[in-house]
Design a protein around this ligand. Sequence first.
Ligand SMILES: NC(=O)c1ccc[n+]([C@@H]2O[C@H](COP(=O)([O-])OP(=O)(O)OC[C@H]3O[C@@H](n4cnc5c(N)ncnc54)[C@H](O)[C@@H]3O)[C@@H](O)[C@H]2O)c1
Length: 372
Amino acid sequence: MIIGCPKEIKPQEFRVGLTPNAAREAVSHGHRVLIETNAGAGAGFEDADYTAAGAEVLQTAAEIFATTEMIVKVKEPQAGERKMLRAGQVLFTYLHLAPDPDQTHDLIASGATCIAYETVTDDQGGLPLLAPMSEVAGRLAPQVGAWTLQKANGGRGVLMGGVPGVGPARVVVIGGGVVGTHAAKIAAGMGADVTVLDRSLARLRYLDDVFGGRFKTSYASAGNTLELAQAADLIIGAVLIPGAAAPKLISRAQLSTLKPGAALVDVAIDQGGCFETSKATTHSDPIYDVDGIMHYCVANMPGAVARTSTIALGNATMPFMLALADKGWRQACLDDPHLLNGLNVHAGQLTYYAVGKALGLDVISPTVAIRQ
Ligand SMILES: NC(=O)c1ccc[n+]([C@@H]2O[C@H](COP(=O)([O-])OP(=O)(O)OC[C@H]3O[C@@H](n4cnc5c(N)ncnc54)[C@H](O)[C@@H]3O)[C@@H](O)[C@H]2O)c1
């Protein structure tokens, strides 16, 4: 198969769909890999790294789209990219179609076969191509929280690990899923006093079994959540209710009851945020103050560490990318129902029910589409 990887053009996106290692694997399976010049630069990969891996470097995205059978990207295709997709071509990338009718209509009109990273599943009921970015955001949260707590940034001036004779920062992580677990591990590793809150007792049992002694767990009743938040220096919001906006767990009125200069890192901001006063910020202007409480609410946290994020995403996508290239998308999806769950659009038809429901569009079953 001829596999293409254009440079990402969405603002502030520095990741790239194929690492040189992924390109090398594809080439070793007998495929041709075409990469746009400078596509990996934002993640620290030079064109020479790709040519050393056996890929060919092309000058424009237009050549990549025109000459390849499968496009591998990171972000959803932008309007100009969508115009270059064609019937029979496979697109493998994050799509997030439900809130994006324009993109959905363009992908349906393109006739291409579009497989979305975010809806590929695994045997454990997880989302294996979303999990790496949750791991990155979770591990980044205490790092940016520690920075936000510094006096010059408006924070309380508390050091995460304390020093001999001075206690550590108190960190509360609300939500003990992928983001929350990784946030708690790193915060505990920095020497902070960490408590994780969750509404799932099964999850709290798991965390206690695996991490008991490194951090504490607490049931996320409204009372417990507020009491722990009021004693905290750093509060990390990491909740998710699938398919719903994040619940608001700290209200504007409650802000004044928190410690002055406390920091809120709202990782759930991409689902609307779990603090009433959260609003999305960017890497260039990440924090703001409400009532003396510092808020960090960057919606694409993994972008801050584009190299780590690119490699982590590449590790997760590579087996699927190779299956699609080796077998063709039809056979790969027939062999793997989890990959078939990623099919969102095929040959002019929507194939993902939740997207159809959100946008009021007709959907055909992916098991029917795959046979067309
Ligand atoms: N900002 C970013 O860059 C970024 C990056 C990755 C993920 N995220 C977001 O982070 C959030 C968490 O993602 P995840 O992968 O950890 O999800 P997850 O499903 O693994 O974990 C969510 C956890 O929240 C718990 N929960 C739900 N409601 C709760 C409540 N009221 N109180 C306490 N706990 C509650 C659930 O039981 C679950 O354990 C999501 O909104 C996700 O979209 C943001």
